[in-house]
Ligand binder design. Structure first.
Ligand code: GLN
Length: 316
């Protein structure tokens, strides 16, 4: 049996060293800024309930948050609509890629808030009378989860807005179905800006911990969202957070999480800790290859797989 380690003493540097030799996966090439990411970047960070952050090398290197922002957009939409966002977006896994051009049949709603269609919608539901006001509101909300102000990479925001043809298509489709209220272009602009928010693994671990701890940021003590909202968001991360890799992820890692094309993954172990990993090469489902390996090791070695009774060895 694997011995369970205490997260306060767990050797994150050794974990990083173990996976660094892994060469699998491809860096996303949808925009130049992502294509130019350093494939050797590799970091892992934990945030504990007392606010302690423990991190490996590379954990302060900034990257655009990309889809790891989606749980937080969902949280802000739930908060600002007083739960009505749950009527506007589904919560079922799709079994399809993150940018599939598909809405829920019958309702025209996006299938869930963790795929692009859903995040385009949740980003449009936050408070604010126009795109600029909604972006401002999202920046304020993300800062509360992070415990600090976050910058936006303007080039990433611009390119994603310009080059995100599938996101424009999804937004137009939701307009045609009557499920998206603002203009398609405004919806894409706000979503692209949220994806272009700069974080690092340490910051993302704090954001994950805030969800894991019922909405209270363990470093600032600020309540970001009601406990019920945090619960709902973490539930949907568990079922939909890794797109069409969510089933495989839940068996192997067993921790609610959200993957992203930057190679970051944010993880929330309810009541226990938040974590984040970053390593740009991605597998076919858009999940960081080294990030998956580090998450699996953390789950087993910290004994935090949701469904493991005691410590278990992985199946060969
Ligand atoms: N901004 C990216 C997009 O919309 C985010 C996708 C992702 O991280 N999976 O294409």
């Amino acid at each position: 049996m694997t011995e369970i380690s205490d997260p306060r003493h767990y050797d994150l540097e050794a974990l990083r060293a173990r996976v660094r030799t892994e060469r699998g996966g491809e860096v996303d090439d949808s925009i130049p800024q992502l294509a130019n990411a350093d494939p050797d970047l590799c970091g892992v960070a934990l945030c504990l309930p007392d606010g302690t952050v423990r991190a490996s090398a590379d954990s302060r290197v900034a990257f655009s948050v990309q889809s790891a922002v989606k749980p937080f957009l969902f949280a802000l939409a739930l908060l600002d609509t007083d739960g009505e966002a749950l009527e506007r977006v589904g919560i079922e896994p799709t079994g399809e890629s993150f940018d599939a051009i598909k809405l829920e049949s019958g309702t025209g709603r996006p299938p869930n808030p963790m795929v692009n269609a859903g995040a385009l919608l949740t980003a449009s539901l936050v408070d604010g009378s126009d795109a600029e006001a909604r972006s401002h509101r999202i920046a304020r909300g993300l800062a509360a989860f992070a415990g600090r102000e976050l910058e936006v990479d303007e080039d990433v925001a611009h390119n994603e807005h310009l080059l995100g043809d599938r996101n424009h298509a999804l937004a137009h489709l939701m307009r045609a179905e009557g499920t998206l209220t603002p203009s398609a272009d405004d919806a894409v602009a706000v979503y692209a800006r949220a994806c272009a928010t700069l974080v690092d693994a340490e910051t993302l671990a704090v954001m994950g911990a805030t969800l894991a701890l019922g909405g209270v940021n363990p470093r600032t003590g600020e309540r970001t969202v009601p406990a019920r909202v945090a619960r709902d968001v973490v539930s949907v991360m568990a079922t939909c957070g890794v797109y069409d890799g969510s089933g495989r992820w839940m068996r192997a890692v067993g921790i609610p999480a959200k993957s992203s094309v930057s190679g970051a993954i944010v993880l929330a172990v309810p009541g226990r800790l938040g974590a984040a990993v970053i390593s740009p090469p991605l597998d076919a489902q858009g999940t960081s290859v080294r990030g998956h390996l580090m998450s699996e090791a953390l789950s087993e070695e910290l004994g935090v797989h949701s469904f493991a009774v005691g410590s278990v060895r992985p199946t060969p």
